[in-house]
Write a protein that binds this ligand. Structure first.
Ligand code: TYD
Ligand code: MG
Length: 461
C-alpha cells in the first residue's frame, strides 16, 4: 500500500503563492508578513480547479452563436438582496457573503430560504448545530419544510448529499469550517479554503445550483483566507458598518452578473434583518435645530442617492501636534480639505484638533461629500449652526474651486423628496436633467469657490 507522504510548505494568505520556505515578503504579490505554514500531502493529486460550465462547448465558437438566454435569475423575495445581486440570484453562481463575527451573516443566510418557501434549499451548517439553527429560525419567525438543515463539515459528504438532493439553492455556513480529505491541513487553512471553494464552484457550474457561501472577515477587513477565494467566486457581498448599532450595510464588491458598488441596507431587529428601502431615514439628523458641526451631504453610493449627515468637532489642540481623525471618511482627504481651507480661504485650522464622523457607520468615497465636510468643519469651528433644511453636493479642488459632481439632478430630486429646501452645488453644474421634474420649490444655490460658499452660508456672521 502506498503511504501518503506529507511536506511542509508556506502559503501567502493574500495571493495563495506557494513557497518551500518562509519569507518575510511574498515574492508574487509583494505583501509583507503574509506567509503561513501548512502541511500538504505529496502522494495524492488534488482535483483540478478547472470546471465545465453547462451549455459551453469545449471548442472555440463565434461569440454571436453563443446562447446567452440561459442566465436564469431566482428572486429571493427580498428587494434589497435582489437589487444588490443585480436582479436576483443567477443559476449556477457562487456568492460569497463576508463580514465580521456577529454582524448577521448566518441570520441573513437563514432568512433567504425562510422568505422563499418555494425553493428547495440545502442549508449546510458547520458552525451551529441543527438545533441552534431551528432556534434561530423560530426567532426570525419562520418554518419551512422545504429547507433541509445539514450539519456537516466534510466536503465530500456535502457534495454527495447535494448531488443526490439537487436543491434549488445551497447555502454553506461557513467556508472556514469546511474541510476536504484531498488536502492534509486543518479547516480554515489556505489550502482547505481554496479546495473547498473550488469544489463548490465545480458543483455549482456543473449542476446549475446557486451556492451562497459565508466567509469570515479578518481584523484588517479582508475575507479570511487567500485573496484567491475572492477571485474564484462570482459575487462578493460584504457586510459593513458597526455590529453594535442596529443598521447593517451589505456592499457588493464584485459581481460578474451586475454592477458593483451597490449597497443594501438592513436593520437588525428582534426578528432578524429588516429591509430598509429608504436609507436616508437613518442617515439624516434626528435632533433639534441649532446644533453646530453638522452638515448634510447629498451623496451617491453606487447608483443610489442618499442623504447623509456629516458630523465634525473642531477644538483647540491639547498637545503640540493637532489630531485629525475621521470615521467613514479618508483621513488624507480630510487633511487635504483642511489645507485648502487654510491656504485658499484663510481659516487657521492648523492648530486645531479636527474629528469627523459619517452617520450610520457608512464608509463614504463619493467626492461630492467634500462640500458637506468643509461646511461641518467650519460650522463647528465658528459654532454656527447650518439650517437643517440645507444640504450640499460638490467636490473641492486643490485651488479651492467647487467642482460639479455626477448626477446632480438625481441628488437634488432625492433631497427635495426628503423635504430639504436648499442645496449648494458647483456653479458649473448643468441642471438640464431637472427640466420638468418636481423639486418642491427647492432652491439651488450655485457657488464657484470656498470663499463664495462662506459668504453665502455664513453671511451676517
Ligand atoms: P449572526 O447572524 O449569528 O452573525 P454572524 O453569523 O455574522 O456571526 O448574529 C448576528 C447578531 O444579531 C447576534 O449577535 C444576535 C443578533 N440577532 C438579533 O438581534 N435579532 C435576531 O433576530 C437574530 C436572529 C440575531
Ligand atoms: Mg454565523
Amino acid at each position: 500500500m502506498a503511504t501518503v507522504k506529507t511536506k511542509t510548505v508556506w502559503f501567502c494568505k493574500e495571493c495563495g503563492n506557494e513557497s518551500p520556505k518562509w519569507m518575510g515578503r511574498c515574492p508574487a504579490c509583494g505583501e509583507w508578513n503574509t506567509m503561513v505554514e501548512e502541511t500538504v500531502a505529496t502522494g495524492k493529486k488534488s482535483a483540478p480547479a478547472s470546471v465545465t460550465v453547462p451549455g459551453s462547448s469545449h471548442k472555440p465558437m463565434p461569440l454571436s452563436d453563443i446562447d446567452s438566454s440561459v442566465e436564469n435569475r431566482i428572486s429571493l423575495n427580498n428587494a434589497e438582496m435582489d437589487r444588490i445581486l443585480g436582479g436576483g440570484l443567477v443559476e449556477g453562481s457562487l456568492v460569497l457573503i463576508g463580514g465580521e463575527p456577529g454582524i448577521g451573516k448566518s441570520t441573513l443566510s437563514l432568512q433567504i430560504p425562510l422568505h422563499c418557501p418555494d425553493l428547495r434549499t440545502l442549508y449546510v451548517t458547520g458552525e451551529e448545530s441543527a438545533r441552534q439553527v431551528k432556534l434561530r429560525a423560530a426567532r426570525i419567525g419562520g418554518d419551512d419544510a422545504n429547507c433541509m438543515i445539514y450539519s456537516e463539515t466534510l466536503m465530500e459528504n456535502i457534495i454527495a448529499e447535494a448531488r443526490e438532493m439537487m436543491p434549488d439553492l445551497m447555502i454553506v455556513d461557513s467556508v472556514q469550517t469546511m474541510f476536504t480529505q484531498t488536502v492534509e491541513s486543518s479547516p480554515g487553512s489556505v489550502t482547505q479554503i481554496k479546495e473547498t471553494a473550488a469544489m463548490l464552484l465545480r458543483f455549482a457550474k456543473e449542476t446549475g445550483v446557486p451556492v451562497i457561501l459565508i466567509g469570515h472577515i479578518t481584523k484588517e477587513g479582508s475575507i479570511a483566507g487567500p485573496k484567491i477565494l475572492e477571485h474564484i467566486v462570482d459575487v462578493v457581498l460584504q457586510f459593513e458598518g458597526d455590529n453594535r448599532g442596529t443598521y447593517r450595510l451589505l456592499r457588493s464588491i464584485k459581481n460578474r452578473f451586475g454592477s458593483t458598488s451597490e449597497l443594501a441596507v438592513f436593520e437588525m431587529t428582534g426578528k432578524g434583518l429588516r429591509e430598509v428601502s429608504n436609507p436616508s431615514e437613518m442617515l439624516i439628523p434626528m435632533h433639534e435645530e441649532g446644533l453646530s458641526g453638522v452638515a448634510v451631504s447629498a451623496m451617491l453610493d453606487g447608483t443610489r442617492p442618499f442623504l447623509i449627515e456629516v458630523q465634525s468637532l473642531v477644538s483647540s489642540a491639547a498637545y503640540g501636534t493637532p489630531q485629525r481623525s475621521a470615521t467613514g471618511f479618508d483621513v488624507r482627504r480630510l487633511n487635504m480639505l483642511l489645507a485648502v481651507l487654510e491656504k485658499r480661504a484663510g481659516f487657521k485650522l492648523s492648530v486645531k484638533d479636527v474629528f469627523l464622523n459619517m452617520a450610520g457607520g457608512l464608509k463614504v468615497n463619493d467626492p461630492a461629500c467634500d462640500l458637506a465636510v468643509i461646511c461641518a468643519v467650519l460650522s463647528s469651528n465658528f459654532d454656527f449652526p447650518i439650517p437643517s433644511d440645507v444640504c450640499f453636493a460638490g467636490e473641492i479642488g486643490l485651488s479651492g474651486e467647487i467642482r460639479p459632481v455626477a448626477q446632480t439632478d438625481r441628488r437634488i430630486i432625492e433631497a427635495a423628496r426628503l423635504g430639504f429646501r436648499k442645496i449648494y452645488v458647483s456653479s458649473f453644474t448643468s441642471l438640464e436633467g431637472l427640466a420638468g421634474q418636481d423639486v418642491n420649490g427647492m432652491e439651488v444655490v450655485k457657488v464657484a469657490d470656498v470663499p463664495a460658499l462662506c459668504r453665502s452660508l455664513f453671511k451676517g456672521n
